[in-house]
Design a protein around this ligand. Structure first.
Ligand code: DAH
Length: 327
């Protein structure tokens, strides 16, 4: 093919090309190692010397010109693509912004924080324990041996191997703490508990408890009453009535149940409490002749329900934003 024809053909193709990818194909087709121009150079040796010189020169010129055309087109296409890109990325800075919703704390977290503050101001430390417990800490060490009928007070989720369980209350942390720390001591233990029970408005299979424990040489039930009244007064920020009923828990003697009523409302059973049983001290390695103390276990959910007038405990665990956004 003669170089002039090649040039005309290339010119047409370059004019029509719409993007850089296809332009590259054109480059290869004409100027590549096996392209049309290379082919012409290869065929020169078949010609006479005179013709070879003439056509060789022409071909060189054409090669330079095609190269120039491609470079020019390449610049144009790059510019065009950049403009399209800029247009795509353009944002309307006059458009009103989107408000980002800010989350907030769960009502049970709010209640816990308040409770921590009140008890900390009375010298209590906040302690945690495991949710998966052994039978020893959840029952035996709390003076609830295997065949004791009191075990039926706690419907238990046993784990597969039947040795571990989901703690049914926060009381096992009493033992764990007393094993490692010498009295005098004052702790509260917040945490999740689990019971294998039918659910209703006031029972869920999971709930939060707050355990309290105060041990010293001369602690009496009167100390308990004073501390718990002070706590409730500060927590509800209004007058609350409490009533103590005699009750039974294996790990306390005597034991009582505390009902709470706010603003002449309904009495709500809120906590169990009592004086720590000698067997509990023994299980934790302390001498019951030397130490005394009270313990209590309060339903955190119940506290929150009374405080915020919530009618159903299950609302805490359903993640329903219509409920959660009210706090
Ligand atoms: N652990 C008991 C329960 O879950 C509550 C309780 C009662 C805790 C009396 C105590 C206590 O520390 O002294 O029902």
């Amino acid at each position: 093919m003669n170089p002039k024809a090649i040039k005309i053909e290339a010119q047409k193709e370059i004019k029509r090309v719409k993007n850089l990818k296809n332009l590259d194909k054109i480059f290869k087709k004409y100027l590549g190692k096996k392209g049309k121009i290379a082919q012409v150079f290869n065929s020169l040796k078949k010609l006479s010397e005179k013709e070879r010189k003439k056509i060789g020169k022409e071909t060189n010129l054409v090669k330079v010109e095609i190269d120039k055309m491609i470079k020019k087109k390449s610049k144009e296409l790059k510019e065009k693509e950049r403009k399209i890109q800029i247009k795509k990325e353009r944002i309307d800075i006059t458009r009103p912004g989107k408000k980002i919703g800010v989350g907030h704390l769960h009502p049970l977290t709010l209640v816990q924080r308040e409770i921590f503050e009140i008890f900390q101001s009375m010298g209590f430390s906040v302690i945690q324990g495991p949710e998966v417990e052994t039978e020893w800490y959840n029952f035996d060490a709390l003076n609830i041996p295997k065949d004791h009928p009191a075990r039926d007070m706690w419907d238990t989720f046993w784990l597969k191997n039947n040795k571990l369980l989901l703690r049914t209350h926060t009381s096992p942390v009493q033992i764990r703490y007393m094993e490692k720390h010498n009295p005098p001591l004052r702790i509260i233990v917040p945490g999740k508990c689990f019971r294998h029970e039918a659910t209703d408005a006031s029972h869920d299979i999971q709930f939060y408890q707050l355990e309290g424990l105060m041990i010293d040489k001369n602690i009496s039930a009167a100390n308990f009453k004073a501390i718990i009244e002070e706590f409730l007064k500060r927590f509800f920020k209004t007058k609350v009535e409490i009533q103590l009923r005699p009750s039974y828990f294996p790990f306390t003697e005597p034991s009582f149940e505390i009902d709470v009523r706010k603003e002449k409302g309904k009495w709500v059973e809120m906590m169990g409490a009592g004086m720590v049983h000698p067997n509990v001290f023994k299980a934790a390695g302390l001498n019951p002749k030397e130490w005394q103390g009270f313990a209590f276990g309060v339903g955190l959910d119940r506290l929150a329900m009374v405080k915020y007038k919530i009618g159903d405990i299950r609302l805490f665990y359903q993640g329903d934003l219509r409920f959660l956004k009210q706090f």
